[in-house]
Design a protein around this ligand. Sequence first.
Ligand SMILES: CC(C)(COP(=O)(O)OP(=O)(O)OC[C@H]1O[C@@H](n2cnc3c(N)ncnc32)[C@H](O)[C@@H]1OP(=O)(O)O)[C@@H](O)C(=O)NCCC(=O)NCCS
Length: 208
Amino acid sequence: MAETGKRLAVIGASGHGKVVADIAERNGYGTIVFLDDNEALNECGKYRVAGRTKEAAAYAKRGYDIIVAIGNGQIRQRMQEALEADGIVCATLVHPMAVLAADIQPGSGTVVMALAVVNAGSRVGKGCIINTCASVDHDCSIGDYVHVAVGAHLAGAVSAGRRTWIGAGAVVSNNISVCEDCMIGAGAAVVRDIEESGTYVGVPAKKR
Ligand SMILES: CC(C)(COP(=O)(O)OP(=O)(O)OC[C@H]1O[C@@H](n2cnc3c(N)ncnc32)[C@H](O)[C@@H]1OP(=O)(O)O)[C@@H](O)C(=O)NCCC(=O)NCCS
């Protein structure tokens, strides 16, 4: 691919990264490459793996925007913070068919995927993933590096602490707080505040 238009280096050549790259393309990025430390990887979908993660700063100097597309919240945080220490502010990507209320400004490094909805009064931190068909209703607080997985729904005024992962199709009822570093299992229904980090599954969600 010739280097045209806006340029983006995506860290993490994975299925998730491929979706991030597609959203970038729809946001006008004409040149997209991947950086990954697995030397066996040469491509990610139709995109080229052009180098290793340590080359991100060099790509930034060449005018590339950078985004970390790694599902694990701890690793995503570590990599984004390392970039920030080098003075790099990660790109924010919103799919053109996501619906964000006018007052929503997702933080740096956050990606909002197709058919996701974020309603008025919510705060979405940095390095978050609001995945395909997920919804975050009014007045929620989504901490840094949170992942709201595919088809998960947060009702109004929910708070999700840093690095928490709300699993696929899970539901968090209104006014509920989920503390940091939780894994909410796929299909769970959270109906009480969660104050202790850990893995919670089931309906109603219980600690495993
Ligand atoms: C909750 C979760 C993290 C547990 O993973 P794990 O530690 O590897 O657990 P295991 O698969 O070994 O299962 C352990 C037990 O928990 C049960 N379990 C696992 N996930 C469950 C879930 N979501 N709801 C209810 N029970 C669940 C298993 O059936 C198993 O029960 P058993 O001991 O009676 O056989 C995982 O199953 C999950 O739901 N991850 C979310 C994935 C997701 O949302 N991906 C979206 C990507 S966008």
